[in-house]
Every structure is written in structure tokens, then in C-alpha cells.
Design a protein around this ligand. Structure first.
Ligand code: PDD
Length: 278
């Protein structure tokens, strides 16, 4: 497949960066994942706004306008072999002699983009639901930045795999944060709950989207700290991400969530999601 690297379109195997790239050396960079259906990007403006926020948060000046990013994403989509796909965009601070400090003279950021096939969650996942286990959130305190420094997230996901489940639900000081690479949603007494949008979670592009879908479906929504006890006693649990869309969680720490089947609020959000894509 053809990927984009620093202005060139090259074969994936020919795309090479320096071992001194600060993305490689320090994880000094950020990324985005934009899903696309029928080669049409979904909520691209929100993804690109978050890309710009991530860049600004770590002081990388990529010298590209919103239009430039948009063109790049659309260009990659044209090259996708599959209609449903996702565009991965990564920007690092660039290549320099190893030194923690930002180099005095501004570097040329490394910009990489690829498009990969994306298989929408299938019927078994949608209908049977997922299993999760809880764990403490051991990551840093700037989770709002979509950083490529993902060691904490990688270890959290591996924790799930080794526990034989699909995902983790992380807690910081007894309150819900998020999954390893997704946001977590809780339903209690018909109210949809999600943790506040702050530095302790990555605000998913699906955060606002599901909030809108809940509004459309007449489900009340509250953004507030959610305790470990509230998660354990939830009527429904769900997760959301660009690649998982929205999926029900039916087993939490080995116990059924609610009835043990995907719930009514999930069904409404799922229906809204499918309608928005169709
Ligand atoms: N992950 N929280 C974390 C830590 C994430 O990595 C992601 C997405 C989300 C959900 O964000 P969104 O709804 O914008 O996809 C929440 C992407 C898909 C990834 O790392 O591949």
C-alpha cells in the first residue's frame, strides 16, 4: 500500500525515518485516527480540530492549515483499497541529536499518514457484547493529548488480553477514566453517564457524538465523576472509539452487567450510529 511521508507518496516498505526521530527516541509526537465509511471521512472536522489541539499542546508547529490536513486525509482515502477504512495521521517533533529539551532551532516535523482497511464491529460483538476487567489508571496526567507515547495504554490493553477479556476499565483515585483505547459509558436508572472532559481522559470524537445521539433518543446525559461502585452496579456499560464505534459491555470483573445482555440505551445509540453512517 501507498503511504504519505513528509510530502512524498511511497510504498509502505519504502517509508523510512531516522532512528533519531524524536517520535522514536522520546515518543515526542501526536496522532489521529479518522474513520471513513464508503471512503467518506466521518466527523473529520472534529478529528482535525483535535489534531490541532494535540499539536498546540506539545508546541509542534507543523506549518499546515486545516485545508492542508483535510486534503491529505481525502487524498489518502482515494488510495484506500477498501471502502470502509481508517486514516492514521502521525506528527512528531522531527529529527535531532538526542536531547530531552526541544531543539533551539525549530525542526521540520515528521508527518506520516496511512490508510488501513477497517472492519465494522460484526454481529457477534454487537449482539453478544464484550467482557472487561477493572484496573488502576497508571498513565500520566495529560491523557487529553493524543500522544504517541502509549506505553501505559499498551500495558493496559495487554492486561485485558492476559485476563482473557476484551478491554479494561481504568480508575483514577476511585473514579472512572477510560479504557486502553476507548471511552467508557455507564447507564444507571436510564441516565447515560460519562466522566468529565478533562486531562484524565482523551475526549473521543464519539464523546460529543454519542451525547448528541442520546439527546435525539430522549436519553438524559450527565458528564460527571463516576465512582467505581457506580460502574460495578451499572444497568449498562458501553465503550466507544473510532474503530469500535459503540459496543455493549456485558461482563464486568466476571459478573454480568444488568441483564447480561446489551441494554435498551445501547440499542438506541447503536441505531442512531448506524443511521448517521448510512
Ligand atoms: N483510540 N481514549 C483513548 C485512550 C483512545 O486511544 C481513543 C481512541 C479514545 C476514543 O476516541 P475516538 O472516539 O476519537 O476514537 C478514547 C484510537 C482509535 C486508537 O488509538 O487507535
Amino acid at each position: 500500500s501507498i503511504v504519505y511521508l513528509n510530502g512524498d507518496y511511497v510504498r509502505l516498505g519504502d517509508a523510512k525515518i531516522s532512528v533519531l526521530d524524536r517520535g522514536f527516541i522520546f515518543g515526542d509526537g501526536i496522532y489521529e485516527v479518522v474513520p471513513a465509511y464508503g471512503r467518506k471521512p466521518f466527523r473529520m472536522a472534529a478529528h482535525l480540530a483535535r489534531l490541532e489541539r494535540s499539536l498546540a499542546a506539545i508546541g509542534i508547529k507543523a506549518g499546515r492549515s486545516r485545508d492542508d490536513w483535510e486534503k491529505l486525509v481525502l487524498d489518502m482515502l482515494k488510495r484506500s483499497p477498501t471502502a470502509d477504512c481508517m486514516v492514521y495521521l502521525q506528527v512528531t517533533r522531527g529529527v535531532a541529536k538526542r536531547d530531552h529539551a526541544f531543539p533551539k532551532n525549530a525542526l521540520v516535523p515528521t508527518v506520516f499518514c496511512m490508510v488501513s482497511p477497517f472492519t465494522r464491529p460484526d454481529a457477534p460483538h454487537r449482539e453478544q457484547g464484550l467482557s472487561v476487567v477493572s484496573m488502576p489508571d497508571l498513565r500520566w496526567l495529560h491523557c487529553e493529548i493524543k500522544s504517541v507515547s502509549l506505553l501505559g495504554n499498551v500495558l493496559a490493553k495487554q492486561h485485558a488480553i492476559e485476563a482473557g477479556v476484551d478491554e479494561v476499565v481504568q480508575f483514577r483515585d476511585g473514579f472512572l477514566s477510560e479504557g486502553s483505547s476507548c471511552n467508557i459509558w455507564v447507564v444507571k436508572d436510564g441516565v447515560l453517564l460519562a466522566p468529565p472532559r478533562n486531562n484524565l481522559i482523551l475526549e473521543g470524537i464519539r464523546y460529543r457524538f454519542l451525547e448528541e445521539l442520546a439527546g435525539d433518543a430522549g436519553v438524559s446525559f450527565e458528564s460527571r465523576p463516576v465512582s467505581e461502585a457506580e460502574v460495578a452496579q451499572a444497568d449498562e456499560l458501553m465503550l466507544s472509539s473510532a474503530t469500535k464505534e459503540v459496543l455493549p459491555i456485558v461482563n464486568y470483573n466476571g459478573k454480568s452487567v444488568g441483564s447480561g445482555k446489551p441494554g435498551a440505551v445501547y440499542a438506541k445509540l447503536r441505531a442512531g450510529y448506524d443511521r448517521a453512517i448510512a
